[in-house]
Design a protein around this ligand. Structure first.
Ligand code: SF4
Length: 439
């Protein structure tokens, strides 16, 4: 018998998406049923992100939108999870007094117990303590909706303390999972129809440090590459300073490791990179790009860029443009710098005016659109292996999938193709996707 229904709204990165999947699994195990609408749900959870101001603001406005359900139904259980929950803790109850629980990033495994105690005693709970090891990392989850691709967390937290970043404060220090647990989870996913895994961590390249088993990230990839049933392995995020020759060689030497790397550069000026405490220079970053391209010339490279970091002058910004012209990323995710509470850069002076940040962001994004489209155009006429995920959004005649380089391809097909890898000729390039024909 169903215990009730739950609705989870997720903001932020893939790590948060996976956390939401894990929370959903825990509630399903307790007999709750997932629903796609907040209206009428018995439990509503907002999984928040505080890495950027915009994501935090969106979470607040979603909470504001949903609080009417609590007014209408006092038995509704409403909670927040994720980085913003971790950051504010009990303080969230002052901002949103209608909340029943605040769940920190290390405490997802306690969700069912917290929901139970709220339901039975109707008392509010804030649980944001840090734990070592992080037990929630091992919550085994099958993605919903018959998906063929799954996330697997291999480590979480970060020891780098980039000056602008709140992650080490809200996710804690770096912690890697034992390789045996990761392999066990991936084996379980493969047995249940998953064909592609994306390994998650704030800095997967430093996987294994702190573990006694002596297995680093390339060694872990080699082990996962042997898992029967898994066709593709992806991972994110890679810190450039920890990208080794050995890892670059994995793109060429391991057949299941897909030819795509997300390698955040953040800025093209050494002065700004130093203030960001990124731990590399532009020259060193370019060497790493050369290293992966030497190992695997066809590799797709994507990146993150922040514009308007405190002290970024026009000539610093120009260097970011120069770097983009030199590397020609397949895609970038670019953002305006904003202060995050408690970070080092919050105290930096020479803040850049919002108007200038907006102008710089617009320039970066137009340049990237040009590069992305040019890159996509070079793929016309090529034949690619496409792992089909299912119907394209809103279509019953087109299916969608991805190339090994992580480009989206739409082609004519039906649901029998889902989960299959097909040979596809790319016939037309668009800005955000490719059109293909199955051979
Ligand atoms: S490497 Fe830097 S930007 Fe990335 S999570 Fe760690 S502190 Fe944040």
């Amino acid at each position: 018998m169903s215990s009730g229904t739950f609705y989870i709204h997720t903001f932020g990165c893939q790590m948060n998406v996976h956390d939401s999947e894990q929370m959903g699994q825990l509630l399903c195990d307790e007999g709750y049923v997932r629903v796609d609408e907040a209206a009428g749900a018995d439990i509503i959870i907002i999984n928040t992100c505080s890495v950027r101001e915009k994501a935090a603001q969106k979470a607040y406005s979603e909470l504001g939108r949903l609080k009417r359900f609590k007014r209408r139904n006092p038995d509704l259980i409403m909670g927040v999870a994720g980085c913003l929950a971790q950051e504010l803790g009990n303080g969230f109850f002052r901002k949103a007094p209608y909340l029943d629980f605040v769940l920190g990033t290390h405490n997802l495994h306690r969700l069912a117990r917290i929901v139970g105690s709220v339901r039975d005693r109707r008392s509010r709970v804030a649980d944001t303590s840090f734990h070592q090891p992080v037990r929630s990392l091992g919550i085994r989850t099958l993605p919903s909706g018959g998906r063929i691709s799954a996330f697997v967390t291999i480590m979480q937290g970060c020891n780098n303390f980039c000056s602008y970043c709140i992650v080490p404060y809200v996710r804690g220090r770096e912690e890697s999972r034992q390789s045996i647990d990761i392999l066990d989870e991936i084996g379980f996913l493969a047995e249940n129809g998953i064909r592609e895994v994306t390994l998650l961590g704030q800095n997967v390249n430093s996987y294994g440090s702190g573990l006694s088993e002596g297995i680093d990230f390339p060694a872990l990839l080699r082990m996962i590459n042997g898992t029967e049933g898994i066709e593709r392995i992806r991972f994110t995020t890679s810190h450039p300073k920890d990208l080794s020759d050995d890892l670059a060689a994995c793109f060429a030497g391991l057949d299941k490791v897909c030819e795509h790397i997300h390698l955040p550069v953040q800025a093209g000026s050494d002065y700004v990179l130093k203030k960001m405490k990124r731990g590399y220079t532009v020259g060193e970053y370019l060497k790493k790009v050369g290293m992966v391209r030497d190992a695997c010339p066809e590799i797709s490279i994507t990146s993150d860029i922040i514009v308007g970091f405190p002290g970024e002058k026009e000539h610093d910004f120009q260097k970011t443009i120069d770097l983009m012209e030199e590397v020609r990323f397949d895609n970038t995710f670019s953002f305006r710098y904003c202060d995050r509470s408690g970070t080092a850069s919050e105290g930096y002076d020479e803040k850049v005016a919002e108007e200038i940040k907006r102008e710089r962001l617009s320039l970066i994004q137009s340049l990237q659109e040009r590069h992305t489209f040019e890159k996509n155009r070079t793929m016309e006429g090529r034949v690619e292996d496409v792992l089909v995920e299912g119907f394209s959004k809103g279509s019953s005649v087109d299916v969608t999938g991805r190339t090994r380089g992580n480009k989206i391809v739409n082609l004519t097909g039906d649901e029998t193709l889902a989960g299959k890898t097909v040979r596809v000729k790319i016939v037309r390039a668009h800005m955000h996707s490719l059109r293909g024909e199955m051979l």
